[in-house]
Design a protein around this ligand. Structure first.
Ligand code: PHE
Length: 377
């Protein structure tokens, strides 16, 4: 029986082999061992270990056989050892090579399965958004005023009391400051002046006139803030477009004509406008502009009979405040009140959008619900 404990580390003499017919069982055994080793090889690192164990130049099994069995063999054994060795070598080499190929294509196969692109899957779509309805209404209003020579300016949402109130003829203890329910910023102690979120876009009247001499024709779209409890018609953030026109010869007729032109462009030629006396510290006279109710056509009666719920039967809807610029305001910007005159208006954009698009809750503008936004692509 061949010596199973590493027979290749010994010479044939040490293994007790003296006759050629004793040689082949050793090779047969080695072949069985090799085949058993080979059966356990499934991936590259295992394969490398097998290859090194059998074929490594210095201490591989085949080298050991050459060194320990073949070289020292007596001439009559050499033939049998040489034949056995050749046969074992070609078996080992060819099996190792074909296992290498099998592992490689197997690995390729699994990589292919892993990376395969599934063309039947739906593609990744990135829906293109659209402008928010408020943004669209700003745009419509800007276009209308562009067409009659106004330009657009924008200003800061954080203001000083001077621009938000004082320079607009609203001194510190003036009662209209109460209406404004202002948000003041929490500033560190020792800050030079209080700051607030602007309660209207009117501060931009002052900032514009400080920067430029008459003639002035600007509109100011923007966000404004007032401490209000949210409900269907109130929000602590809303949007305004301020308008200001100042020149040497602007009359009340220019003022009403401009407003009427705007309203007809925006709501359609069928609507009528009217104005009622009102009060703002920075305009004199001041007015409130109304339009005929968009919902009942100014009749005060709902489509199905009964009182129109939107205008409460009045046939008119209050639209926005406006007036001729109060001469006192010119004093704050170094305009000569004797030489110039002008008008100003401030429209609530959320309200205009709600009327035009028949939306009955202002909160939808701020909720970002795509089901609402998608209705205005
Ligand atoms: N700023 C006023 C408001 O927000 C509106 C207004 C603007 C009135 C310009 C007259 C002139 O209520």
């Amino acid at each position: 029986m061949p010596n199973i404990d590493n027979p290749t580390g010994k010479t044939l003499a040490q293994l007790g082999v003296t006759r050629p017919d004793q040689v082949s069982p050793f090779f047969a055994d080695l072949r069985v061992t090799f085949d058993a080793n080979l059966a356990l090889v499934h991936e590259e690192t295992e394969w490398k270990m097998l290859r090194d164990r059998w074929l490594a130049r210095k201490s591989g099994v085949l080298t050991l056989i050459t060194d320990n069995w073949l070289k020292p063999a007596s001439p009559d054994l050499k033939r049998a050892v040489g034949a056995g060795l050749n046969e074992l070598r070609s078996h080992v080499e060819s099996q190792i090579e074909s296992r290498r190929a099998a592992i490689e294509t197997g690995a390729d196969q699994s990589a292919l399965t892993r990376d395969r692109i599934d063309l039947s899957l739906p593609g990744v779509t990135r829906p293109i958004g659209s402008h928010h309805l408020i943004r669209q209404v700003f745009q419509e209003i800007e276009d209308i005023f562009f067409s009659i020579g106004f330009s657009v300016v924008e200003g800061p949402e954080i203001e000083t009391p001077y621009y938000n109130f004082e320079a607009l003829n609203i001194p510190e203890f003036h009662p209209v400051r109460d209406d404004m329910d202002t948000f003041y910023l929490d500033l560190p102690k020792g800050a030079p002046s209080p700051l607030l979120l602007r309660t209207h876009t009117s501060p931009m009247q002052i900032r514009t006139m400080e920067k430029q001499k008459p003639p002035v024709r600007v509109i100011v779209p923007g966000k404004v803030y007032r401490r209000d409890n949210p409900d269907a018609t109130h929000s602590f953030i809303f949007h305004q477009v301020e308008g200001l026109a100042v020149d040497t010869d602007i009359t009340f007729c220019d003022f009403t004509g401009t407003i009427e032109y705007f309203v007809k462009q925006f709501f359609g030629p069928g609507v009528k406008t009217r104005f009622r006396p009102s009060y703002f510290p920075f305009t004199e006279p001041s007015v409130e502009f109304d339009v005929t109710c968009i919902f009942c056509g100014g009749t005060g009666t709902a489509a199905g009979g009964g009182v129109c719920s939107k205008c409460k039967g009045a046939g008119w809807i209050e639209l926005f405040g406006a007036g001729m610029v109060d001469p006192a305001v010119y004093g704050f910007v170094n305009y000569d009140a004797k030489k110039v005159s002008g008008f100003a208006f401030g429209m609530g954009i959320d309200r205009l959008a709600m009327l035009k698009y028949q939306i009955d809750d202002i909160q939808v503008f701020f909720q970002n619900d795509v089901r609402f936004l998608k209705q205005f692509p």
